[in-house]
Design a protein. Structure first.
Length: 123
């Protein structure tokens, strides 16, 4: 184990529940898979209504941007069995995730958050 002097004790951070899935994924870089493993994301490439995710363990797949999807729910509820070993999600990241609270009342609205009234239209 390498000691990291910059590592602060896990402060709570708040994200608005209404943040869309893509913004959260880009920020957190974590993906709860159906099997219960928590993967680390190497990249999140947004293509309109979809995003291509690539995990550190080498899987890539397309997802749609839904706050009500299985993955969005699992991400908010921190529903996973264990971090993916192949992804080697660092300990601090898991800790940070554990300190994250998804709240309706307050918290960060992430940059790049799709404002559905403004972003729609020609591209
Ligand atoms: Zn993985």
């Amino acid at each position: 184990m390498v000691e990291n002097v910059n590592l602060k004790p896990t402060a709570k951070r708040y994200y608005r529940k209404k943040n869309d899935l893509f913004s959260l994924l880009m920020k957190m870089k974590l993906w709860p898979s159906r099997s219960g493993a928590l993967h680390g994301l190497k990249s999140v490439e947004i293509r309109g209504e979809r995003a291509e995710l690539t995990t550190h363990c080498g899987h890539s797949f397309l997802i749609t941007n839904s706050r009500r999807s299985r993955a969005a729910r699992w991400l908010r509820n921190k529903f996973y069995t264990s971090p993916c070993r192949a992804c080697r999600v660092p300990e601090w990241k898991i800790g940070k995730y554990g300190g994250t609270v998804f709240s309706r009342g307050h918290g960060a609205v992430l940059p790049g958050q799709a404002d559905h009234s403004a972003v729609r239209g020609n591209q």
